[in-house]
Design a protein around this ligand. Structure first.
Ligand SMILES: [Zn+2]
Length: 494
């Protein structure tokens, strides 16, 4: 909490903190136990329409949506904060930094009072240029949040007096999930500019003469131009795919004759049809996975399916007089990834073998992630190209040691989940006990099939838990079957 910004906040005169408290007839431990489950906030605190986290963990991101200040205003406001202080049972502080020129701390506290009572407090303060510019809006918002929070706790007191517990709030079945969908739909419709800027903004980086990485707006893309033709690695998905095509038209003089898909996922492939004259190249299993996993989309867009298949052996294509290697790294992020290497410039595009700075997505389908395959694949590729510059599937340009560090993250994640499985923990316990904050990863939102999904600590743990648990179950099933059958099973799953 000693950061320069939090120092500045504590001495800032931009605003008087917005604070308030209520004293209620609820024991502090019971109130805290409910408060510490953000997912349930919308059930008792009307300033929230949706919250993602199931628990409060120091160092983790907190994701939620505020409802509008007036019930009839047509917006919800997504928010992301970092939990910077957590005193279990007593208080939590998060900082909001996602808006440029806006820095805020919000503390909620629960203090025990004699006679099984408690005092619930809310304290908030902000500083920064964009805060000052819209100070009236923000102060109204902070007061709205404080008032709704205190009101909510008052309402809990009524329930507690009547029922002797807060059980009816925690066990309520579930008006919230449809609310959540509604909130997410609204979120995707009105996501404010900063959200777009932070997560969807496209950025082009020249890596070598005629070689550009176009980052963001879906999976990262690599564009290689030489000798009157061009190759695009990964074509993003709408609307980022259309922005990429526009960027290519503007900045690349030569026609795109080849497209490479590093793997079948929509955010790397749904822009394929923007290059109708190109040969679309992918691993030979990829078109099958596209139709099998995302058939709803691809059956209507057959022209975007890869027409040239790379097998498990190394292959090369050319762009002008540049050689481009296409390599199959083994089962990894999916069961059919391709890694692209440009030997002339030592540039390596690894697709989603690498989420740099972000929590990754795990595809738990039959076509999806292999654990520990992905870790082994990363290490093998890193060893083969020790001084390459790396274009990750998501996140900024990196080097090989960043790539190796990512393998360490995955290994740590798999090891801790395995330990949880060995200890007989269920998925929820694993989510509660595994701490990934030291890895300092950021959440990564994505829209798929008109729904917003997130790469987060929680679903990283959940997904790896599911993959490893299914593997164990599979192993038990296999050992119980006659050998011939087992062979067919292994062949089928490959
Ligand atoms: Zn992917």
């Amino acid at each position: 909490m000693g950061s320069a910004r939090s120092q500045k906040l504590s001495t800032s005169n931009d605003m008087v903190p917005v604070e308030g408290f209520v004293e209620v007839d609820i024991p502090a431990d019971k109130l805290w136990r409910l408060f510490a489950r953000p997912k349930l906030w919308p059930r008792w605190n009307r300033c929230f329409v949706w919250a993602y986290n199931t628990t409060l963990v120091k160092g983790e991101h907190l994701l939620w949506c505020f409802g509008p200040i007036k019930r009839w205003y047509p917006y919800v406001m997504p928010a992301i904060a970092n939990i910077v202080e957590l005193e279990p049972g007593r208080k939590v502080t998060w900082e909001v930094t996602a808006l440029p020129g806006f820095y805020a701390h919000h503390t909620y506290s629960v203090d025990p009072l004699p006679g099984d009572r408690s005092r619930f407090g809310s304290w908030e303060k902000a500083t920064g240029a964009s805060f000052s510019r819209m100070k009236r809006f923000w102060l109204a918002h902070f007061n709205f949040v404080k008032d709704r929070s205190l009101e909510g706790v008052r309402a809990l007191e009524t329930i507690y007096r009547r029922e002797g517990s807060l059980y009816s709030i925690t066990e309520q079945r579930d008006p919230v999930s449809s609310m959540k969908d509604a909130a997410l739909t609204a979120l995707s419709a009105v996501a404010p500019l900063w959200f777009y800027r932070r997560y969807v903004r496209r950025e082009a980086v020249q890596l070598a003469p005629g070689v550009h990485a176009v980052l963001g707006g879906g999976g990262n893309s690599l564009v290689i131009e030489n000798g009157g033709e061009a190759l695009v690695v990964d074509t993003k998905f709408p609307p980022g795919s259309d922005q990429l095509a526009k960027w290519v038209r503007k900045n690349i003089k030569s026609p795109v004759t080849k497209v490479v898909n590093t793997h079948y996922h929509y955010d790397h492939t749904q822009g394929n049809e923007n290059y109708p004259k190109a040969t679309i190249i992918a691993h030979e299993r990829t078109p099958g996975y596209m139709l099998e996993q995302d058939g709803d989309y691809w059956n209507d867009h057959l022209g975007g399916l890869p027409s040239a298949g790379v097998s498990n052996d190394r292959q090369t294509v050319t762009v002008g007089d540049k050689t481009v290697h296409l390599l199959y790294p083994g089962p990894a992020h999916t069961r059919a990834d391709i890694v692209v290497y440009l030997p002339d410039y030592k540039i390596l595009a690894v697709g989603d073998l690498f989420f740099h700075t972000y929590y990754p997505f795990f595809d738990c389908s039959r076509a999806g992630v292999a654990i520990p395959g992905i870790i082994e694949s990363i290490r093998r590729v890193a060893k083969t190209f020790p001084d390459a510059r790396v274009v990750p599937g998501h996140g900024p340009i990196a080097n090989i040691s960043d790539f190796q560090k990512y393998a360490e993250y995955l290994e740590h994640l798999a090891d801790t989940v395995r330990t949880a499985l060995d200890a007989g923990q269920d998925e929820r316990e694993a989510v509660r006990t595994i701490d990934l904050s030291a890895w300092n990863r950021r959440v990564l939102p994505s829209f798929h099939l008109h729904r917003l999904s997130w790469g987060t600590r929680e679903n990283n743990i959940r997904n790896v838990y599911r993959v490893l648990a299914a593997e164990r179950e599979g192993a038990t099933l296999l050992s119980a079957r006659p050998p011939a059958d087992a062979g067919a099973q292994i062949g089928g799953a490959a």
